[in-house]
Design a protein around this ligand. Structure first.
Ligand SMILES: O=C(NC/C=C/[C@H]1OC[C@H](O)[C@@H]1O)c1cc([N+](=O)[O-])cc(O)c1O
Ligand SMILES: [Mg+2]
Length: 214
């Protein structure tokens, strides 16, 4: 039994990226995905949009749904101010194991808490388990049919506040039609679509940025 793609991605990071240097971890993963093996990281083009949203918001508490190999975890955490925290949820133990090592290589362990398990079970436990009041920022990048139920769960659990920003990956490809329908028609959100491309390809994709109005 050989290695998996996430394991090969991790090996590239440990071989080529500088420890403690998030930018070199990001560049190494992007190079690996462009020149060796495509992988479902948000990528450099959509990643720049993610960076600008995070930088503008400067969140103290952030949530990521769908860690995968930790690429967007590193992108977000490297921009967070001291004392802030990014909680990232990953269902797949093999992905989580790789992501922990990518995050550690980037030197971002003090800003990131990776939690393994189904988002639908973990979201209602955020307050009691992690002392979270509300999130300033949420990045949705997990199973596309979980975006809508998990958004409704975040509302019901009182984890969103007036001004919380939700940023959703893949709203065109693979697509999240039910989520887009809900969020764009809800009077409780102000949404904007950022047109881009599916990571490392010329296929159209984009990010939907939605501000919760309370
Ligand atoms: O399924 C995608 N993401 C959800 C990942 C789902 C799996 O990883 C996290 C979760 O535990 C599950 O095992 C995805 C798929 C494509 N794609 O082109 O197929 C592109 C992307 O950016 C994506 O986030
Ligand atoms: Mg994605």
């Amino acid at each position: 039994t050989g290695s998996t793609r996430p394991q090969r991605l991790l090996r590239a990071v440990q071989k080529k990226a500088t420890q403690g240097d998030p930018q070199s971890v990001i560049a190494t993963i992007d190079h690996f995905c462009r020149h060796s093996e495509w992988a479902m990281n948000v990528g450099d083009e959509k990643g720049s949009i993610l960076d600008s949203v995070v930088t503008e918001l400067n969140p103290s508490s952030a949530l990521e749904l769908g860690t995968y190999c930790g690429y967007s975890t590193v992108r977000i955490a490297r921009l967070l101010p001291p004392g802030s925290k990014l909680i990232t949820l990953e269902f797949n133990p093999a992905y989580a194991a790789v992501a922990r090592q990518v995050i550690a290589w980037a030197g971002l362990n003090d800003k990131v808490q990776l939690v393994e398990g189904p988002s639908g079970d973990l979201i209602p436990q955020m307050k009691e388990l992690f002392g979270v009041q509300t999130f300033d920022f949420v990045f949705l990048d997990h199973w596309k049919d979980r975006y809508l139920p998990d958004t409704k769960l975040l509302e019901e659990c009182g984890l969103l506040r007036k001004g919380t920003v939700l940023l959703a990956d893949n709203v065109i490809c693979p697509g999240t039609p039910e989520y887009l329908e809900y969020i764009r028609n809800s009077s409780r959100y102000e949404s904007r679509y950022f047109k881009s491309h599916l990571e490392y390809t010329k296929v159209e994709d984009g990010l939907e940025k939605s501000v919760f109005l309370g």
